[in-house]
Ligand binder design. Sequence first.
Ligand code: ACO
Length: 430
Amino acid sequence: MADTRTATLIIDGKSYDLPMRSPTAGPDVVDIGKLYAQAGVFTHDPGFTSTSSCDSSITFIDGDKGELLHRGYPIDQLAEKSHFLEVCYLLLYGELPSSTELETFEHTITHHTMIHEQMHNFFRGFRRDAHPMATMVGVVGAMSAFYHDSTDVNDPRQREIASHRLIAKMPTIAAMAYKYSIGQPFVYPRNDIDYAANFLRMCFAVPAEEYKVDPVLARAMDRIFTLHADHEQNASTSTVRLASSSGANPFACIAAGIACLWGPAHGGANQACLEMLREIGSTNRIPEFIERAKDKNDPFRLMGFGHRVYKNFDPRAKVMKQSADEVLDLLGIENNPTLQVAKELERIALEDEYFIEKKLYPNVDFYSGIILDAMGFPTSMFTPIFAVARTVGWVSQWKEMIADPALKIGRPRQLYTGATTRDYVEIENR
Ligand code: ACO
């Protein structure tokens, strides 16, 4: 049934009735799409803290409850019972697959993991010490130069092929960026092992000897991918949507998402968090860092703490903490000082008035770095791994947006604070 409610806005004594809409879950929205035409005013919301930017049926977050749903399914159930490629299918197509659908999807993804051989030369153009995220932004953007047959966004079949290519090739590209940065030969993907195991193999195998992927590590890797797969309209996803709203090709748009993800306030936080935990070094230095985080005159923040949407535990952080224990246990890393610092820091911060009052809880990045470090990844690979996982989220949101008949180019307005019209002054008179 159509929503007939309205919200009334009064400006200078004149009232405007704005239509309201109800979502299936979450806060109602006031539709201000025609406000400028009717009242000649803009709304102002830098950082989009009160603004819904699109209709979407993919992911739902209740930040107060600490709930994350993909197509209605809670993330903790997916992390426990499902696996990454099944979650990819769910995000892309809206429903859990039948066994035949899953088999076909896994076959398609697995058989598209190699990248165009000529792209190897492209890698070699980068400096060896380039951050793997810098390499990924470039290489993923360059996919539009290699896969012309899937850049027409108006063709649903091409959109599907581009989606599969991006999901399938991203681990290969991330692993190659890593191998290049350490001067080792690229390792080709294999079709007889699963997505997460393949990624670990491409990162850690060398041609000189056999490499067998530990199934517990592969499962932990798969879980990290699952937990990062999508997160509704976050900064990088909104970047992908905005870039795509002009009709730009998907490879260029996902490269834009990777660039946004790189920042320390977003995907770069897991690298920054592990570096912070190492800098703290031992539990007796924690109070000093807590004081710094609370000091208004110190820009330092507790990395891995706080979230724009979650004002309760990030449900992904709970699963990640459990995975950290399992992986360190498997690897026989007892008394890991970084894990000890993390656990004690979490305990102290959760009891501290400042963090309680501001509702700052550990986010997904707080424990993921510890697992990745234990697996042997350098911190520079943490954000590329996040990019591998989030690719399906970006692609699903992009597909949803392009298929929406109401699609318009994204074009925010502004509150102008500059000079008003003035006449040009000749240089000798300035
Ligand atoms: N440590 C100390 N204080 C913090 C922290 C923190 N990690 N996070 C927020 N605060 C304080 C702010 O100083 C601010 O205080 P004020 O009200 O006195 O000015 C208040 O809490 C609100 O913070 P904002 O920055 O306004 O909140 P916002 O929603 O814009 O930021 C963000 C969210 C960017 C995640 C922030 O909490 C942060 O910088 N955290 C550390 C980085 C991090 O872990 N990022 C990962 C996010 S999850 C992800 O991308 C997967």
